[in-house]
Design a protein. Structure first.
Length: 509
């Protein structure tokens, strides 16, 4: 165990003053931009002081506040708790029992990387807020503290295990609660070429809409300031733009596509630059990031299930996206999700073998969904939009060339709905449930049965008439659904999974 003197209050690295200062400065800049700059402009004066004078004064004030926040931020060990005290005017004391610590991860934003310090994030069980953070530690201190916290966590669990389950074997105890051991060599690294391929095969439509929402939000918020210089030009050209919208529309779509692709590439580079994925005896680690570098450590016990998916472009290059769903409240689970954006089939199988070596030990029983799934997809995605378009065309003014387009759309919806129906598979054995769905965008879920916490059998009015039901599966990482099973098969699967949950002696964490 590390020889850290944690039983008396300690402070962060002195460079934490700069980290806190720039964090405060960023918040102040956002406030200034949203309130002062937009409403008063750059030439405002308050108390006979202009923009530059107030910038110096406020910077000095924030520097003093940041130093006080640094002095008031301490951490130490008290009994079986890790304690953090912080706050200048309003003091806060956070007690974190070692038994509730799930993972301890590191984080570096651009300021921390320049200063050579590391932020530590402590993720606790049942937390509905952000992780507990220590913003600025030296790399060596952060590593020692992370190892110390995880070792104390496992030591307490070992003691509890011995007291509560003396019949358990020592081998089982070590496997479940030994210190997290990660291989030094990553099993997967994404090169610049891989990142380029991942970026080019992203969902560009989603990237474009996300970027549009951000830009539109800023434009709307600062509309008076940003658009005021162009008001006269916009008024003069508004009518000509409206008259030529048919000509301009293809160029607008092309521009949107180009910007969307660039946004996908930029997002991929920022998030997954220098991506490395490690496996070990007891867990896994992922590190990546261009401006902000994040490192996540996940014990195998916290992993709930795996979900991998692809799309037509990624299928061409043999890439999958693997999402590792770990325990946590559903509201924050997406932020704690470990995602591998580009993994080949061989590496995917390697990860599955390390995590679930017995997944093929027993034969799987297959369940086929009812054709009502195809009928409902065809109605809601095909027939309803088609009838709406035909009715609108009839009342507003008939456009002859619209009819063949509508019927081509309907034929495509019927075809893809039928392929989706055929691709929907559910398989189960005594240890796992395997769910496959999607044809154009195939998705596969592998869930250990003992990780299930609850199962709900549901029936809509339409399903009841066709003797069909759906199952909702709940885990510590959120819920997944199985749609449109024949009623007798839904009951059979429901009862079988409940039996697996109740009879299993394995712990979900």
């Amino acid at each position: 165990m590390n020889n850290l003197e944690l039983f008396k209050p300690q402070r962060q690295s002195i460079l934490g003053v700069a980290v806190i200062f720039f964090s405060n400065l960023r918040k102040a800049f956002n406030f200034f931009l949203a309130v002062v700059f937009v409403n008063l402009g750059t030439k405002f004066r308050i108390l006979s002081l202009g923009l530059e004078e107030w910038a110096y004064i406020l910077s000095a004030v924030f520097l003093v506040i940041s130093y006080l926040q640094f002095l008031k931020f301490t951490f130490y060990i008290k009994g079986d708790n890790f304690v953090i005290e912080k706050g200048v005017l309003s003091q806060e004391k956070i007690n974190v029992p070692f038994s509730r610590i799930q993972t301890v991860n590191t984080h570096q934003n651009i300021i921390q990387r320049i200063l050579g310090v590391v932020g530590l994030k402590i993720d606790t069980a049942g937390s509905i807020q952000n992780e507990i953070q220590i913003p600025a530690l030296s790399k060596k201190h952060a590593q020692q503290l992370r190892e110390y916290l995880m070792e104390r966590k496992y030591e307490l669990k070992e003691e509890s295990q011995v007291e509560d389950e003396e019949e358990s074997s020592q081998e089982s105890t070590n496997s479940a609660f030994g210190s997290l051991k990660i291989d030094a060599k990553p099993i997967l690294e994404l090169s610049i070429k891989d990142l380029l391929l991942v970026g080019l095969t992203q969902n560009h439509f989603r990237s474009g809409l996300f970027l549009f929402a951000i830009v539109n939000g800023y434009v709307w918020q600062f509309e008076d300031f940003l658009l005021k210089p162009f008001e006269s030009y916009l008024e003069e050209t508004a009518e000509s733009f409206l008259a030529q919208w048919i000509i301009l529309l293809p160029f607008a779509v092309l521009l949107f596509l180009i910007i969307s692709v660039l946004a996908s590439l930029a997002g991929t580079a920022l998030t997954h630059f220098q991506f490395k994925f490690f496996l070990g005896e007891d867990g896994m680690r992922m590190s990546s990031g261009l401006i902000s570098k994040n490192t996540f450590n996940v014990p195998f016990g916290k992993i709930q299930y795996f979900k991998w998916e692809s799309n037509p472009l990624r299928a061409l290059i043999g890439f999958y996206t693997l999402r590792i769903k770990q325990a946590g409240t559903e509201a924050i689970n997406d932020r704690k999700l470990i995602s591998i954006p580009g993994i080949k089939a061989k590496s995917l199988i390697n990860v599955l073998e390390r995590q679930y070596p017995d997944r093929k030990k027993f034969a799987y029983q297959s369940f086929q969904v009812n054709s009502l799934l195809f009928i409902q997809l065809a109605i809601w995605l095909g027939a309803v939009p088609t009838l709406g378009a035909l009715a609108l065309n009839f009342f507003v003014g008939e456009i002859i060339w619209l009819y063949p387009l509508v019927f081509i759309y309907l034929a495509l919806v019927l075809f893809f709905s039928y392929r989706y129906f055929l691709a929907y598979k559910v398989k189960v054995n005594p240890d796992f449930i395997l769910i496959k769905r999607g044809w154009v965008f195939p998705t596969t879920l592998l869930i250990p049965n003992y990780k299930l916490q609850n199962i709900c059998l549901k029936q809509s009015v339409f399903q009841k008439r066709r003797a069909v039901a759906s199952l909702q599966l709940y885990t510590a990482a959120g819920g997944e659904s199985i749609s449109h099973l024949p009623m007798h098969e839904a009951h059979e699967l429901y009862n079988y999974l409940l039996y697996c949950i109740e009879s299993s002696k394995l712990k979900w964490m």
